[in-house]
Write a protein that binds this ligand. Structure first.
Ligand code: UD2
Length: 331
């Protein structure tokens, strides 16, 4: 019996191993949809920059999350060094923005200010979704910078415009961006750039800490609190409150994010529930369960250029004032 059992085990294990090997071999042949450049963080010989010091840094803010993701603030990176590293990677940054209805009035300032401050010196491809391509203003784009205008259907509710973005982004990444871009950022249009936003923001999955909640306790966050919604976060849980107005990362990670949020928005809609802050609520739930690999401080999505707060030493990107009742299609 022992001899029989021994042979049985050998045969079983061999078959088991063979079937595993087969699976592994098959995986080798699956071509990834999006290839990620893995150039390493190469520096150039002779490059001079300020000495990094272990005992000197920002002490007024946290610059790392509890899962060891960097939180980017002014003073936590060296722009010369970081540009030099990432310029060697020959990257393309896809950047999406939506302007439907009266929000087309924000396009010009958004794009013109991006030309001055956003990934300067890098290849940037803007994708502008609008229901009125004819009213997109002429903006002079710099070398290696381009704009593609994509027509979308008008919608009557601002909530639907805001939420629908997840699906449009998912499809854009799937259908247009493979092989065309390395990273993507998805931004609100009623905004302007006022300071540098560059390669320090690049990461696999990037969230921006919301400008109104960076100092609040987690129970004050405006997470969705109804268990019926897939965006539900119970009291006592949560890391940060993230802005819906800006997020990004690699194509693969942002594709999974937008696909998941789109699916959850659809399931909520089928159950007749709309999360309190629409896709922003679902984004917050996603980031709770899928921690961002890099966090951008509220310098990267500030309340407005004239608003101050103690830890904000530079405003890089901020909301522009708007009269909600006047610009939105519904109140
Ligand atoms: C917050 C978020 C926003 C979004 C929204 C949730 C921040 C700072 N802002 O902003 O990102 O999550 O809540 O509903 O995190 N849009 C149009 N036409 C319209 C209405 C909206 O094109 O008629 C687009 C446009 O790109 C705009 C975006 O949708 O930037 C978000 O709408 P919003 O700016 O009115 O939302 P808001 O300010 O409440």
């Amino acid at each position: 019996f022992c001899v029989f059992f021994f042979f049985y085990r050998v045969i079983f294990l061999n078959n088991y191993r063979n079937s595993c090997n087969q699976q592994i071999i098959k995986q080798d042949f699956i071509k990834p949809k999006w290839t990620q450049k893995n150039a390493g963080l190469r520096s150039s010989p002779g490059l001079l920059y300020k000495q990094p010091r272990v005992l000197i840094g920002r002490t007024d803010v946290a610059s790392v999350s509890p899962w060891s993701a960097a939180i980017i603030w002014e003073g936590t990176f060296d722009a010369t060094l970081i540009d030099s590293i990432y310029k060697q990677q020959n990257l393309t940054i896809a950047t999406t923005v939506f302007a439907l209805g009266k929000y087309t009035r924000f396009i010009k300032d958004f794009l013109e200010s991006a030309e001055q401050h956003y990934f300067v010196g890098f290849r940037v491809h803007f994708y502008l979704f609008t229901d009125q391509p004819e009213s997109v203003p002429e903006v002079k784009m710099g070398e290696n910078r381009s704009l593609t205008v994509l027509k979308v259907q008008s919608l009557n509710r601002w909530q639907d415009i805001s939420m629908k973005r997840m699906e449009k982004l998912e499809k854009l990444i799937e259908n247009e961006l493979a092989g065309e871009a390395d990273y993507i950022f998805c931004l609100d249009v009623d905004t302007m750039f006022y300071g540098r936003w560059g390669a320090e923001s690049l990461g696999r999955l990037v969230g921006v800490i919301h400008p109104w909640f960076f100092d609040a306790s987690r129970d004050q966050f405006t997470y969705e609190r109804r268990p019926e919604s897939l965006a539900y976060i119970p009291a006592g849980e949560g890391d940060y409150y993230y802005a819906g107005a800006a997020f990004g990362g690699t194509l693969e990670d942002v594709h999974t994010l937008t696909k998941t949020c789109r699916e959850h928005l659809n399931i909520d809609a089928a159950n007749s529930i709309e999360a309190v802050w629409q896709e922003e609520s679902h984004l917050n739930k996603y980031f709770l369960l899928n921690k961002p690999s890099k966090l951008l401080s509220p310098e990267y999505m500030w309340r407005g250029i004239n608003e101050g707060a103690t830890p904000i030493k530079i405003v890089r990107f901020a909301d522009v004032p708007k009269n909600y009742a006047e610009v939105r299609p519904n109140a």
